[in-house]
Design a protein around this ligand. Structure first.
Ligand SMILES: Nc1ncnc2c1ncn2[C@@H]1O[C@H](COP(=O)(O)OP(=O)(O)O)[C@@H](O)[C@H]1O
Ligand SMILES: [Mg+2]
Length: 271
């Protein structure tokens, strides 16, 4: 498979805060790579480096085998890396189709200006959404009237339509209920099936395991686990994510064992 991007032992420090240290990650086409971790684990820092918002100060970052150091999100976008942030940059009162084309408007040059091709953009938006299986008939609706899940779906369809090869999603299901989360995850897999490489940030191991091909666990800026799907089950992922040993220690302190009482064991002779 083609390697779309690779981070090798990347680190990032903000002033005195070591936000990321020695983190490696590889992304191939047609793969969903999940990055899991608690608040402050360094997840957003990681994707900001990939998205061109921040620069790493240790390690190497390669895109298509070529080392890069982005100065702006525009540069990342030019290399086919699209990022959907949690607080989506949409204009709530604008129709869905205007948001879909925001910054990439289509039209005809006229008297030195751009005459928008509204009908064309409407039709294209409708088609692009339908191709991804997004069920949205009225693209004239203000995007602010869509549910959070639908907005995520529009953003994903938009990235696919404008030719992204890498899609980065920062906690797309964090604010959603079970049903809407399922819908968003469906479009995440649709993006993968369209051949994109997807980096999915989440703190929900269940969501990650529903779609993920690879799992990276971050803790206080460091990678504490990196597993292909074949090597890890949901249970182990959940335990690692919850900080298995930390939890066991906590439950001991609280005097409430997490596991049911163990089977009686053979008495061992005490020394
Ligand atoms: N712009 C910044 N300036 C200073 N510290 C930051 C900045 N962004 C993040 N941090 C710190 O870096 C660490 C990792 O944060 P972040 O990448 O946002 O984690 P996550 O997304 O996993 O919650 C945290 O300790 C956070 O406070
Ligand atoms: Mg974050």
């Amino acid at each position: 498979m083609t390697e779309l991007l690779a981070l090798d032992r990347v680190g990032k420090t903000y002033g005195t805060v070591r936000a990321l240290e020695d983190v490696s990650l590889t992304l191939r086409a047609g793969e969903i790579s999940c990055v899991l971790g608690d608040n402050g684990a360094g997840k957003s820092t990681l994707i900001k480096i990939i998205a061109g918002l921040h620069r790493h100060d240790e390690g190497t970052f390669t895109v298509g085998g070529e080392e890069v150091r982005f100065d702006s999100p525009r540069q990342a976008l030019d290399r086919g890396i699209a990022t959907v942030y949690q607080d989506l940059a949409v204009v709530p009162l604008m129709p869905v189709w205007r948001n879909f084309f925001l910054g990439s408007e289509q039209g005809h040059r006229r008297w030195g200006g751009l005459r928008l091709d509204a009908d064309g953009m409407r039709a294209t938006t409708r088609e692009a959404l339908a191709r991804m299986g997004v069920d949205l008939h009225d693209v004239d609706r203000p995007i602010g009237t869509l549910s959070g899940g639908q907005r995520q779906c529009v953003a994903i369809a938009r990235a696919v339509h404008f030719g992204a090869r890498v899609l980065i999603l920062d906690e797309p299901t964090a604010a959603l209920g079970v049903k809407q989360s399922g819908v968003v995850l469906k479009y995440v897999t649709a993006a993968r099936d369209a051949g994109l490489g997807v980096v999915l940030i989440t703190h929900n191991p269940h969501h990650a395991y529903l779609v993920g091909d690879h799992f990276t666990l971050l803790k206080r800026g460091r990678s504490v686990g990196s597993h292909p799907r074949a090597e890890i089950g949901l249970e182990q992922l959940t335990t690692e994510m919850a900080g298995g040993s930390d939890l066991a220690e906590l439950s001991h302190e609280l005097g409430r064992p997490t596991d049911p009482a163990p089977e009686p064991r053979e008495e061992r002779p005490q020394p």
